[in-house]
Design a protein around this ligand. Sequence first.
Ligand code: FCB
Length: 467
Amino acid sequence: MTTSTAASIPFPDGFLFGAATAAYQIEGAVDEDGRGPSIWDTFSHTPGRVAHGDTGDVACDHYHRLDEDLDLMARLGLDSYRFSIAWPRIQPTGRGAANQQGLDFYARLVDGLRDRGIRPLATLYHWDLPQALQDAGGWGVRETSEAFADYAAIVGEALGDSVDGWTTLNEPWCSAFLGHASGVHAPGITDPATALRAAHHLNLAHGLALQALRGRVRGDAEFSIALNLHVVRPDRPDHAGDRDAVRRIDALGNRVFTGPLFAGAFPDDLIADTASVTDWSFVKDGDLADVNQPLTTIGVNYYSTSRVREWDGTGDRNQNTGHNASAASPWPGAESVQFIREPGPYTEMGWNIDPTGLYELLMRMHRENPGMSLLVTENGAAYPDAVHDPDRIDYLRRHLAQVQRAIADGADVRGYYAWSLLDNFEWAYGYEKRFGLVRVDFDTQERTPKDSAAWYAQLARTRVLAG
Ligand code: FCB
């Protein structure tokens, strides 16, 4: 097992040790108390979309086990909990009056956290778009961005006094490109032009939601977005074609969001690279100013790295088996790029383990956005079902050591959220892939903290990485 170089140096005072979940992955109770269907209900119930035909119908039954799960978090000594709010619980069709029972559930959650001294970090959108909005065009149309602002206003009004931090969107890259280009996520569309429209409408939704939240929530609330930025490495660093492949994937994977969000502009090279896919005429005057709203914090979700080279037309263009190699490409306009399998070791997802990528990302965000604080809003690993999970402890320890390294080098990293509190519904992979600090028996719903949970609880208490 690797020993941390930073062992015995404590994390800064006030650094938050948290855990994260998302509504559709844990709640279950999909047709209770007025919740409407979401695109993930539709998708998971469509044969062939999710491994083993798994759905989120029951998931971890968290909706009915809220108090037990809150007590679990308290026992782990979490400083903070990142959860998401299911839009279709609040507005069953994505528009119109609020469903009070939906709001009540999240009020109970937030109050229960505060009672236990755990700081709530609420994500407004972790992929469960109301199906009725999808039927009207989903993220392919700007009306969805406008509807999202109305939803944000309702939630801000209801919970704004007691939530410390608001994250607008989780991983808009996945929503846009896995949802609309490769189609491996809901709504399962494979149309590159729609994916680029969706990226813009997600950016716009973020900006409009921030405008709706401000003034409705506590003055000291923090605002963020959780991005799964890509760490892209050239296969042959001295090869100009490989370096250009990195540039393209950086534009499509990162700067399509960071450009508009943090600088109010799309990168010129992205517009040029995608000219054969779209003319971007769906970007209207004033949109980019709406997107580019002040933020306090960037949320970084990090798991692994990518390696690319210029494709010479031979072999498999996507060797990255951990990322659904057989699906359509999630990279519009990047036909010249080949994805090379990164060297191992790998987690159970097939994702390579490279903690230095987290350091690079944190330092990049720090350099590019000097006034903003950073949170690691997700990091963790799937391993085979076991309560004794030394590999997960090793993964967490090595990534947390890189967080310490980034802090030592000046990045203002304020917290770390392990993905995930519980084993849960891992999207297209169903229940087979287990990321939890706590094991869930999906037959009995019994929760059993794994060794990693005990290790993490000790870290939260001592604030020192055990070597
Ligand atoms: C991220 C998602 C999260 C979880 C992890 C493993 O992309 O945000 O819901 O599925 O991956």
